[in-house]
Ligand binder design. Sequence first.
Ligand code: BG6
Length: 300
Amino acid sequence: MSDVAQLNAQFGVPGRVMFVEGRGGLPVVEMVNGVGKTAVSLHGGHVLSYEPNDQAPVLWMSQLAEFAPGKAIRGGIPVIWPWFGSHPSDSSKPSHGFARRQLWTVQGVEVSGDRRRLTLSLSDSPESRAVWPYHFLLTLQVTLDTALHVELATSNTGRTPFVITQALHSYFAVSHIDNIAITGLEQCAYLDQLDEMRRKRQLGAITFAEEVDRIYIETTGDCVLDDPGLNRKVRVAKRGSGSTVVWNPWVDKAQRMADFGNDEYQEMVCIETTNAADDQVTILPGEGHRLTAVISVEPR
Ligand code: BG6
């Protein structure tokens, strides 16, 4: 039996939760309910898509995204863990940690009424301990109901405390970057990653006319992506996160990225639910932390 056939036999619920071979032969879980659908790759524990019925896709995926073991997928919701951005002391280590490049294990599937839930896990291995010397259990729960709920739980299963930064690095599809606005971060301070991490203050809604790469700090509230072109608002609510990253690479950075089309910056924006910069999380042996993003669509 193939991996996918085995997973279907063990966890599948026909018409509701199905395991399929995705691009690059990577196993993907498709969950469908009466109001929408989502797809999650076991590679990276990566939400690939979220599509409420009668809506354009909520998440963006690059036409040039690579689907291969060991590679990060450009789009959807990469799981950034156990460090956000460059490694704090060793820049030779992979950007944004290693969880997004690992194969996760299926722990279970739950189906009740219009709720579908997939639980995946990732734990330490000789390979992970070579880059990050700690024992851990990560659990990712993706729940589809009238919204998409993504919860990343970190447990320290070792004997020494560790410190993490992390992100549910959500890429949203937009009608056009020129036309959108993000609200919910007005008056927030942010660290400008394009200006030596200088601390600045957001005045009004966020709009885009150049590259943006900012860590908004001390912020726990919802963000709303207002998109008149798609005639909708996308709400990102969160728990366990005291910072939010907003990113659009604009023209030059788009050209520098091999897995990102030159013009694709026009059709996406990242609103990332994070523990980043000073918003670090210390996890003691036997303890844990949950980071949650809830993504829903509202009419304008
Ligand atoms: C964002 C960072 O979170 O991720 C950006 O703020 C970075 O600086 C972007 O360019 C994409 O990172 P990567 O490693 O997926 O290319």
